[in-house]
Every structure is written in C-alpha cells, then in structure tokens.
Design a protein around this ligand. Structure first.
Ligand code: TMP
Ligand code: ASP
Length: 236
C-alpha cells in the first residue's frame, strides 16, 4: 500500500491517505501531551510500543466479537487501518477510581467499583473535551441513539476482555478511553488506539503506575513503564 498525502496530524499520531480510498495509514509518534496539550514532551520508543500493543489488542478484540479499524501492521510505527469518520465522543470506562473521577467527586484513587462505569466526553480541544451525556450528544448530532447503544455495548465488551487479559499479566485495568469511527457504509468500529497513553494500568501487587500518568504527574520511569507493559503483553 502506498503512503500518500498527510491528512491529519494529532498529538500522538499522523494519518495518511493511501491509493485505496477506504484505507488510511496511521503513524505513531513519540510525542506526548497532557492537559489538552499544555504539557508537552517525548516518550522515547512510545510510538513503536503503542502501535504494536494497540494492533495486538485490536486483533484479540476482533476475535472476541468487537469490530475494529485494524487491517495490517506495516512497520514498527505504521499500520493500515480502515478509513473512518471519528464519532466525536471519547468513551471512558472505569473499574477503579482515579484521575478526573476522583477529582470531580472528591474521593481517593483506588476505590474498586462493584460495576464498571461509562461516561462520554465531547471531542473538542477548544472546549477541553467537556463531559457530555447521551441526550446532549444526540442533540449535537455527535451520534444517534442507536449508535450510542452499540458503542456502549462494545465499550463494555472491550472492558470485559481487556480487564481479564491484563489481570493474567498481573495488571489491574483501572480505566481507559476509547474512540469509535464510522465506515463509509455507517458501520461502527473501534478506532484510535489502546495503549498506556489511553489506559490506566496498575501493577496488581505494588500498585505501581504503568501508564501515561507517570508522564502527566512527573513520576519518572515513563519509558520503563511502557516497556514493562509491552514485555508482559507481548514478551518483547
Ligand atoms: P481521566 O481520569 O483523566 O478522565 O482519564 C480517564 C482515562 O482516559 C485514562 O485512562 C486516561 C484516558 N484519557 C485519554 O486517553 N485521553 C485524554 O485526553 C484523557 C483526558 C484521558
Ligand atoms: N493527550 C491528552 C491531551 O494532551 C491528554 C491526556 O492524555 O492526558 O490533551
């Protein structure tokens, strides 16, 4: 597949057109941002890890019945994906209190929930991705009721799979963010990435953070954390 013009550059990835109008190539960067781009940095090797990890997990999720944008990994940092238009909602599932949940409700981090939670943010950098409910998302035409119901079903299916999979590696899945896209025929598929940039992973014994919170909170050992998750997941 030929990489053609760059269509988009995001905070962590670039998207390129290909000669196939239904396919894109994504290229993962080592750039890291936090707090809506206010904090900027580099995590050496992150692009390679996120590319490989996300592809590995998306293939497993396909097997578990969740359709994804994944097509083929073509290099350490590059993957062919199905062309989608991104549904402008960040879908966040939580199993354990942390981050903005702990802050918003004034509770400590680390409370294990009896049931996972779901919430949506409206993808809009100028507004700082505000929290949104289903009625508002429908009013804004971000998605239809049916699309939100399907996205919710897929997001909980991702949680069931990923939580169990990470547990076998000695990792607690605290929370994560998903994005979905629509193919040209309207089919909803899981898109974007699943990586330590978009998930909170805690070691089940030490509760050490093995994700981007090490960068967000200046905890040090950022690269080591990404490498450790990669090693446990893929033996690399
Ligand atoms: P939060 O606690 O800051 O709302 O984050 C919840 C989860 O979503 C966490 O695993 C990190 C992930 N996340 C992203 O992937 N992108 C973002 O822009 C934000 C704010 C969070
Ligand atoms: N990458 C996101 C940003 O810069 C935030 C985050 O992951 O914390 O907005």
């Amino acid at each position: 597949m030929i990489k053609m013009e760059q269509l988009y550059e995001g905070k962590a990835k670039k998207v390129f057109a290909t000669e196939n109008p239904e396919m894109y190539i994504v290229e993962y960067k080592d750039d890291a941002t936090a707090f809506n781009g206010l904090k900027k940095g580099t995590i050496a090797g992150k692009g390679v890890i996120n590319n490989k990890m996300s592809n590995f997990l998306m293939q497993k999720l396909e097997e578990a019945g969740v359709p994804t944008h994944y097509v083929e990994e073509i290099s350490d940092r590059e993957t062919i994906v199905k062309k989608v238009s991104i549904v402008p909602l960040e879908v966040i599932i939580r199993n354990i209190s942390a981050g903005s949940f702990a802050k918003r409700y004034g509770v400590e981090e680390g409370i294990v929930f009896e049931q996972p939670t779901i919430e949506f943010s409206y993808k809009n950098d100028d507004l700082g991705d505000p929290l949104i409910n289903d009625y508002h998302a429908i009013a804004l035409k971000a998605a239809t009721r049916e699309e939100i119901e399907l996205i919710t079903k897929y997001a909980f299916a991702v949680n069931d799979f990923l939580k169990a999979y990470m547990k076998k590696l000695g990792i607690d899945l605290v929370d994560f963010k998903l994005e979905f896209g629509k193919l040209s025929d309207g089919t909803i598929v899981l898109a974007d990435e699943i990586s330590p940039d978009t998930c909170r992973f805690w070691d089940e014994n030490t509760h050490e953070k093995l994700d981007k919170d090490r960068f967000r909170r200046d905890l040090g050992g950022v690269e080591d954390a990404y490498n450790e998750v990669m090693r446990r997941l893929m033996g690399e």
